[in-house]
Design a protein around this ligand. Structure first.
Ligand code: GLY
Length: 283
């Protein structure tokens, strides 16, 4: 349960967005040094598996936004809004090239009757990938994309919850190496950067969490859902990509585990959480 009484991870709608043809050549990358080319056909197949899983295997209603060629990163919808309860905070992404992405997300969230909050402060930057909601509180990563003003806006908007900031080093977003793998269960990478983020979170929090430590930071980006009649569900990276981390996932009891390959979008710093905004919409 969250502190509002909602079941943690209970979602029935997912916003997703198609891949822009320009992604392979133009999507932003943290590191240009080891640039690997994106196989767009494979990227589309992997993305289709992800969206089909949400729709057909887990029964979510999908709201699919079309891609726009001038927005090469638009598939990464997570960064465009932070939704909790009936409130949707439309973000102001740190990368200027990504700011127009929020318009399509805002429109669909309005149609879904969320209370929309927009960021007017032009000094604030906020990427959804830096916002971790544990069910009890928020942690906001201060990264190359999200700043203190952005974190303050999360605190101003979601007043029912404590909001703490975490310095993010060594990666793009907080959630690149730290997500929730279940109620009260934090999935965390084992690199010094990830462990340092966890330490900061533990020092600031009044709550105690269990940890699922994964050898590979990238594998710690997983998607937890609680689905009626299935219970705990976890989309996680495959054993082929990250064998040691997959073994850790396999130890989780009473979970439906769904391995999802993400080799192509990972080349442009995309993880599993990046490709959806999960919502619980009362009908
Ligand atoms: N390519 C994902 C991002 O840089 O936001």
């Amino acid at each position: 349960m969250t502190s509002s009484g909602a079941v943690f991870g209970r979602y029935n709608v997912a916003i997703v967005r198609d891949l822009a043809d320009s992604l392979g050549e133009q999507a932003l990358r943290m590191s240009k040094e080891e640039e690997q080319s994106v196989d767009m056909e494979k990227a589309r197949q992997e993305h289709k598996f992800y969206t089909d899983t949400l729709r057909y295997q887990l029964g979510l209603e999908l709201k699919e936004l079309p891609a726009v060629a001038s927005l090469p990163d638009c598939v990464f919808v997570e960064d465009t809004a932070v939704v909790c309860g009936d409130t949707a905070l439309v973000t102001r992404p740190g990368a200027p090239s990504r700011r127009p992405e929020v318009e399509a997300t805002k429109k669909i969230l309005k149609e879904l009757n969320f209370n929309i909050v927009e960021i007017k402060d032009e000094t604030a930057t906020l990427d959804g990938g830096d916002v971790l909601f544990t069910g009890k509180e928020f942690f906001v990563g201060l990264s190359k994309r999200t700043n203190q003003q952005g974190a303050q806006i999360v605190a101003d908007v979601f007043k029912d919850y404590a909001v703490s900031t975490v310095e993010v080093t060594g990666t793009l977003h907080l959630k690149t190496y730290c997500t929730m793998a279940g109620p009260g269960l934090i999935a965390i990478g084992s690199s010094p950067h990830a462990q340092n983020a966890l330490k900061q979170m533990q020092e600031m929090s009044e709550h105690s969490y269990n940890k699922l430590t994964l050898l590979d930071d990238e594998a710690a980006n997983c998607v937890y859902l609680n689905i009626p009649e299935k219970g705990h569900v976890l989309l996680h990276r495959t054993a082929k990509e990250f064998p040691a981390s997959a073994k850790e996932f396999e130890k989780l009891k009473d979970y439906t585990l769904i391995p999802v390959t993400n080799t192509e979008l990972a080349k442009v710093d995309g993880g599993l959480t990046c490709c959806s905004i999960l919502l619980n919409k009362c009908t």
